[in-house]
Design a protein around this ligand. Structure first.
Ligand code: FES
Length: 125
């Protein structure tokens, strides 16, 4: 397993990200801090190769029934752990890389560890 220090914890506070380009290819990766938990995901969308990690973080929305003239009741979970591609709004789970729009698509993710003040990303060498 190869590993690389991608920055200091203080550089990526909760709610922030750091995009590292290049990293195992020109697209690079995005390292996200979601409430103190770190995620790393490849910075390329499998749909049309958009810059995935520049997109907004959102949650997983669910409705108990289709919208009607009486409105819609939505529930949300995994808030901040769903990444929305800026090009066509497809969404991806940061923890798995799974596309929520097309279940045949997945983006590469990497293990992230905090060692002292260093943020370390691991990958298969
Ligand atoms: S390129 Fe990402 S949704 Fe189309």
């Amino acid at each position: 397993m190869a590993r690389v220090v991608v920055g200091k914890v203080s550089e990526i506070p909760p709610g922030k990200r750091k995009i590292i380009v290049p990293f195992r290819g020109k697209a690079g990766i995005g390292v996200f801090n979601v409430d103190g938990k770190f995620y790393a995901i490849r910075n390329i969308c499998p749909h049309k190769r958009g810059p995935l990690c520049t997109g907004e973080l959102t949650g997983r929305f669910d409705a108990e029934a289709p919208p009607s003239i009486h409105g819609v009741t939505l529930s949300v979970d995994s808030l901040g752990e769903i990444l929305r591609c800026p090009w066509h709004q497809w969404t991806f789970d940061l923890s798995t890389g799974q596309c929520l729009v097309d279940d045949t698509l997945r983006v590469a993710i990497y293990s992230v560890k905090v060692e002292g003040d260093d943020v370390v990303v691991e990958y298969d060498g």
